[in-house]
Structures are given as structure tokens and as C-alpha cells.
Ligand binder design. Sequence first.
Ligand code: AP5
Ligand code: MG
Length: 214
Amino acid sequence: MKIIMLGAPGAGKGTQAKKIAAKYNIPHISTGDIFRANIKNGTELGKKAKTYMDQGLLVPDELVVDLVVDRVNQEDCKDGYVLDGFPRTIPQAEALDKALGDMGQKMDYAIDVNVPDENIVRRMSGRRACVGCGATYHLVYAPTKEEGICDVCGKELILRDDDKPETVQKRLNVYHEQTQPLIDYYAKAGILREVDGTIDIEDVFKAVTDILGA
Ligand code: AP5
Ligand code: MG
């Protein structure tokens, strides 16, 4: 099963993608997580990506497409995967379709997690991310067992640099301009499904599994 998670920054793509990956036993591929890991490790890709990410801008398509196409060609992706944060522009979607077409494959679902802008800014200011493993939490909606400490690896939690309110607004603008057109793109392809992302995390997941099946 090959799934794309669509949605604004902070809609809950990562939260739901993680749960999908665990339930259906497929890899969770988050381009944001890949870039953050590269930044942490000081790679050339990380240095390039950081200059865009810190401003709330998209990383150029040419830095993203090959990376994802390589990743989905790996052995662990043969039974499917869930893409989180990719594609994010029409050229990225077209490049993905072409790469899959060359392999005789196609995407099964594009799930749009729908959350209005006014909910997003509130949500992002409460998000905390682990400096060690990148796991994400929310002060109110998804708290850790011990305050400020990651449940998974025990490291410290921080507010992501791009989660400051002024950068969140910029990311929302970029989303509406460059990523929202993908909703039409996948509707035309016949694989778009919508879920309400404003309800509880578990209720969103129930809607997702109703789409994907047991
Ligand atoms: P990326 O890491 O993908 O960030 P994003 O799209 O802005 O999305 P987020 O990760 O912020 O939100 P999310 O939807 O995953 O929400 P989450 O589940 O964490 O990308 C970062 C940057 O990398 C981009 O800005 C860009 O520069 C670059 N980049 C990445 N991919 C790229 C690409 N393909 N092309 C070009 N550039 C690219 O949830 C948010 C918070 O809400 C959490 O605290 C969570 O606990 C909470 N929450 C989740 N669901 C609920 C719920 N139902 N109710 C209440 N709270 C909830
Ligand atoms: Mg995410």
C-alpha cells in the first residue's frame, strides 16, 4: 500500500503517518525528518536545506526528488510506504508519478488531513520535538510521561526553529501557494481522500483506517 499524506504544516501528517506505518508495517518516509537528520549530522545536504527551512520556504525540488525516488526503491519499500511531506509541489508530484510509472507502479491513496489555518498556529506553538530521535509531542494534546523528556529515548525536547509563530505563518502561505494545488491533482487522479484533522488524534486515525481497511 502506497500512501501520501497531504495537509498544511502542523495538520498532523507526521502523527498519523507514524501510526499508519506501525499498523500496516510499512516504512514512514518524512522528507522533513530526513532534512533535520542531515542538519543534525552537518551534511552538505543539511547545510543547503537549513537555509530554506529556517525561513519557512520549501527546499528546491531538485534537492528532494532524487532523494525520495532513491528511498522508495529500497528493499523495505517493496510492500508499500507512507510519504509524509512529499510531494509538496506539482513538479514533485509529476516526478514521483514518472518514477513510479517507470517501475510499473502507482500511488494508492493521497490522504488530505484537513485543518483550518487558525487551529494551526495554536497547535504549533505547543509542539515539542526530541533533539535525539525527532519524536514529536504536544504540551496539551500529546504530552510526554515526564515533562520535557522524550518517552522514546529520554533526551530533551525543544521547540523547532521553524515553529515560531512568524515562521509558521510563512509556512502556511507557502503551503497555500505551492502545496494546496496537489489536492486537485490527486482528486483528478482519483486517489484523494479527505479526513477532518481537527478532532482527537485517535479519531483522525479511525477515519484513516476506515479508508485504508483493516
Ligand atoms: P516538515 O517537517 O514536513 O514540516 P511541515 O509540513 O511544515 O509539517 P509539520 O511536520 O510541521 O506538521 P505535521 O503535519 O507533520 O504535524 P504533526 O503530526 O507534527 O517540513 C519542514 C520543512 O522541510 C519545510 O518547511 C521545508 O522547508 C522542508 N521540506 C520538507 N519536505 C519538503 C519537500 N518535499 N519539498 C521541499 N521542501 C521540503 O502535528 C503537529 C502538532 O499537533 C504536534 O504537536 C502534534 O502532537 C499535534 N497534533 C497532531 N494531530 C493532532 C490532533 N488531531 N489534535 C490535536 N493535536 C494534534
Ligand atoms: Mg511532520
